[in-house]
Write a protein that binds this ligand. Structure first.
Ligand SMILES: Nc1ncnc2c1ncn2[C@@H]1O[C@H](COP(=O)(O)OP(=O)(O)OP(=O)(O)O)[C@@H](O)[C@H]1O
Ligand SMILES: [Mg+2]
Length: 95
């Protein structure tokens, strides 16, 4: 299991992005699974709902981000959540 935080300059369009990468040491993606990862109710598990990834994707996209998927040669599955960084207006000083 691997978890890492990162900062990507111009990671989303012209804006900066923060990344959260997770990689497991499971069996990796089943043949043909990659095309259907984010399709609701599509599962390769005996008792899976097929909703984990579509719900995660919806949450991330509602925050104007995206999820990247890769299958590392070392095995397992890797997901990176990419979220935009917005500059916060400086809070007004109390009067
Ligand atoms: N870490 C992973 N390693 C390998 N395949 C995965 C991984 N995560 C998801 N998948 C593949 O994507 C499919 C859809 O995943 P999703 O999380 O949406 O549903 P699920 O895991 O099948 O069900 P549930 O979320 O209810 O446990 C899985 O059935 C599996 O084929
Ligand atoms: Mg799942």
């Amino acid at each position: 299991m691997f978890v890492a935080l990162g900062l990507r300059r111009h990671g989303l369009g012209s804006g900066d992005a923060v990344t959260l990468t997770v990689r497991d040491n499971g069996p990796g993606f089943a043949p043909g699974a990659l095309a259907n990862l984010f399709v609701p109710f599509h599962t390769t598990k005996a008792a899976g709902t097929g909703l984990g990834l579509p719900i995660s994707q919806r949450i991330v996209e509602n925050h104007r981000g995206l999820i990247e998927v890769s299958a590392p040669e070392s095995g397992g599955a890797q997901f990176t959540i990419v979220l935009p960084v917005y500059a916060q207006p400086r809070a007004e000083s109390p009067t």
